[in-house]
Design a protein around this ligand. Structure first.
Ligand code: SF4
Length: 394
């Protein structure tokens, strides 16, 4: 098979890895368009993004995850790159300035040790023979042996290992070959210990959940994510929407709406950047977030006793809970209010387009310009009556 034909197959298969952004410059890309950069981007802990060459080394798999189009039992075209072919494909694009990094993963081709070893051979060739010192993200496989975890950590800037589900019971439903504790958590722990002991892995550790395949709730996913941030110092937890694929055991299951993934990402952000605890997020009685409201707005609507707050005197952590205000606008408020009190709606608008939403939750020099709670609730009730009804109960 020609190299370019293999690359078409392998980059298309790699679209299921969402450790890269879904979008660039505010635009979403379809999987096909995301094959080649600049549409695929990687981020380092939210600070910078870069176009990356995202590819699987092999799409031949020994395993049978229930949701996966590459499962062994499915008849589908497959391809495998030799490490030298990977190097050739990547370097030609890197040297042409089309990509600035590599995101490499693989299916379980002829055993975990073989598959991971061949990925690392390719990266080692890049690092040693070709002196490539740019960004590399390697996705390890469950059950990677300790010396390969260490080898990967020496070669890559970021390592990830997909948990796929938020705990052993959910995982067993969709990926019978993976053992949650031994194959996944233990491996992440080794990588974390190696990272802490050496200072390597500048872009840290990450993982990914496939949302909606195992019947898990948002509370399950976000609870597991918080544990991973706290216990294993993960840099990022990513969420990918489950899509049913013909010829798999879950072909009849419902696709996860993309908005659910968006809400999870927003809630994850609230926990990491806004000082929210997972337990206080606005879950409904089934443990899920409302889909029609972003979680911060839903939380504020459910806590009318906490608002309005005075913009000119409120503590930074209180301002961060106001819908429409983020860390950047809060920093600007703190700086500006020392010089000039905020007293007019136009002052709020000058903070940015989102800040207008804050008028319903703040006073400006003692004056309130927003809607009263009943009117506000009515406004959002029109967008999702059942969920807002539940919100009022909490
Ligand atoms: S290990 Fe599971 S998710 Fe990964 S390629 Fe194989 S079947 Fe798909």
């Amino acid at each position: 098979m020609e190299l370019e034909t293999k690359l078409d197959l392998l980059s298309d298969a790699a679209r299921f890895d969402v450790c890269n952004s879904f979008s660039q410059k505010g635009r979403r890309y379809t999987p096909k368009r995301a094959q080649w950069p600049p549409s695929a981007t990687a981020d380092d802990g939210d600070k910078c993004t870069r176009p990356v060459f995202r590819v699987l080394l092999s799409s031949s798999c020994d395993w049978n995850c229930a949701y996966c189009p590459l499962r062994a039992a499915k008849d589908t075209p497959r391809a495998t790159l030799e490490p030298e072919e990977l190097v050739q494909a990547f370097l030609s694009r890197y040297q042409a300035g089309v990509v600035q990094g590599l995101f490499l993963s693989t299916a379980v081709d002829n055993g975990v040790n073989n598959a991971v070893g061949r990925m690392l051979d390719g990266v080692e060739l890049l690092r040693t023979r070709h002196q490539y010192d740019g960004y590399v993200h390697v996705k390890l496989l469950p059950g990677t042996r300790p010396d390969d975890v260490e080898r990967a950590a020496r070669l890559a800037n970021r390592l990830s290992l997909n948990l796929e589900a938020p705990g052993p019971d959910h995982l067993a439903r969709i990926s019978p070959e993976r053992n949650w504790q031994v194959d996944l958590i233990e491996r992440l722990r080794w990588a974390r210990e190696f990272q802490q002991g050496t200072g390597l892995l500048s872009s840290g550790l990450a993982t990914q959940f496939v949302v909606g395949a195992a019947g898990e709730s948002d509370q399950d996913l976000l609870g597991a994510g918080t544990w991973l941030y706290n216990e294993l110092s993960l840099r990022r937890v990513y969420f990918g929407a489950f899509r049913p694929v013909l010829g798999t055991p879950l072909e009849e299951a419902e696709a996860t709406p993309f908005v659910r993934v968006q809400r999870l990402q927003q809630a994850d952000w609230l926990v990491r950047q806004y000082g929210f605890y997972t337990a206080e997020l606005p879950f409904d009685v089934t443990g899920n977030l409302p889909l029609h409201l972003d979680p911060k707005l839903a939380w504020a609507l459910a806590h009318p006793d906490r608002f309005p707050v005075e913009l000119n005197t409120a503590a930074p952590e209180t301002l961060l809970r106001v819908p429409g205000l983020g860390p950047i606008s809060v920093r600007r408020i703190l700086r500006l209010r020392r010089l000039y009190p905020f007293s007019e709606l136009s002052h709020l608008a000058s903070l940015g387009t989102q800040a207008g939403r804050a008028r319903d939750f703040v006073t400006l020099d003692g004056r309130f310009f927003g809607r009263e709670p009943a009117a506000l609730m009515h406004h959002y009730t029109q967008r999702g009556p059942a969920v807002v009804e539940q919100l009022t109960l909490w």
